[in-house]
Design a protein around this ligand. Structure first.
Ligand code: C2E
Ligand code: CA
Ligand code: CA
Ligand code: CA
Length: 279
């Protein structure tokens, strides 16, 4: 950056410029993407580490772009967060995931939880609880088969209000999980105030739990903390047998990661459930 008159800063780095252009292009194309039917929900299994059974699925949105191919949510969710599109998109994901879960139940598969990510912007909507209730009614999904994932960073914005909303959500009868645990403020003082059902250990710790003693120590501490608060504990990003063994030994309840299964389209899950049912 080069200093201009009156202390203003002008960026001319070609790299930054290219990134900005890319972001602007994506933002433009994102408008109407939902209406054009370009969004798809993938599902990733959560495995019970005692029984080895699939107990839940996390809904993860993808953008099936006409020329760019499958665009990762890491690329477009931040844009949708910034311009408010996440509110409609998030509601659509919730609706799609609940309807899909109900469809699997009606097809006769053993009932499982479906877990949906909530964004900060959705959490700030005064009608969030009503929206969730309406979608559960419309899709005829029992609330106990829905889990919502929230993150510490946005719960901490307004703690009293967050506690109130979490209480209302849990009163519906659904489950609330704290996602990416260990990466946020980790104010243990507040953690006990939040009405939660599960903690998800961030994959940055799980990734090198068998190679880095700091990550192992953090993981152990999180598991111990979850147990003392009587929270269910899920490890994200399980990629190897060694990681799985470690987590199993420490009494972690559920695992999610490429070792078990990548996020896949609903059809692929249907085939897996069908095979399971025939066993
Ligand atoms: P997240 O909620 O932490 O979701 C888990 C991410 O970890 C997913 O990335 C998943 O594909 C990835 N993952 C799972 N297992 C492994 C593993 O073993 N190794 C590695 N390296 N990665 C693994 P994905 O699908 O790209 O999503 C990225 C993020 O985008 C999510 O992180 C979530 O914050 C956001 N996101 C995705 N879908 C939605 C949505 O519908 N609404 C909102 N608000 N955010 C979403
Ligand atoms: Ca998540
Ligand atoms: Ca996560
Ligand atoms: Ca994450």
């Amino acid at each position: 950056a080069k200093l201009q008159g009156r202390g203003q800063c002008k960026f001319y780095s070609p790299e930054i410029n290219a990134q900005l252009q890319e972001r602007l292009a994506l933002e433009n194309e994102l408008h109407g993407a939902l209406d054009r039917g370009e969004m798809v929900v993938f599902y990733q299994p959560l495995i019970d580490l005692d029984s080895g059974k699939l107990t839940a699925l996390e809904a993860l949105v993808r953008w099936q772009h006409p020329t760019r191919g499958l665009v990762s949510p890491a690329k477009f969710i931040p844009i949708a967060e910034a311009n408010g599109m996440i509110i409609n998109l998030g509601e659509w994901v919730l609706q799609t995931a609940c309807a899909q879960n109900r469809a699997w139940q009606l097809a006769g598969f053993p009932p499982i939880r479906i877990s949906v990510n909530l964004s900060a912007r959705q959490f700030e909507q005064p009608d969030l609880v009503q929206v969730v209730e309406r979608i559960l009614q419309e899709t005829e999904l029992e609330p106990s088969y829905l889990e919502l994932e929230v993150t510490e960073s946005f719960l901490m914005n307004d703690i009293d209000n967050s506690v109130k909303i979490l209480k209302e959500l849990r009163n519906i009868g659904l489950w609330v999980a704290l996602d990416d645990f260990g990466t946020g403020y980790s104010s243990l003082n507040y953690l006990k105030r939040f009405p939660l059902d599960m903690l998800k250990i961030d994959r940055s710790f799980v990734n090198d739990v068998t190679s880095n003693s700091d990550s192992a120590a953090v993981t152990d501490a999180i598991i111990a903390l979850a147990k003392s608060l009587r929270l269910n504990i899920t490890a994200e990003g399980v990629e190897t047998k060694e990681q799985l063994d470690y987590l199993q030994n420490r009494g972690c309840n559920e695992g999610q990661g490429f070792y078990f299964c990548r996020p896949v389209p609903a059809d692929t899950i249907s085939n897996m459930l069908e095979k399971d049912a025939r066993l």
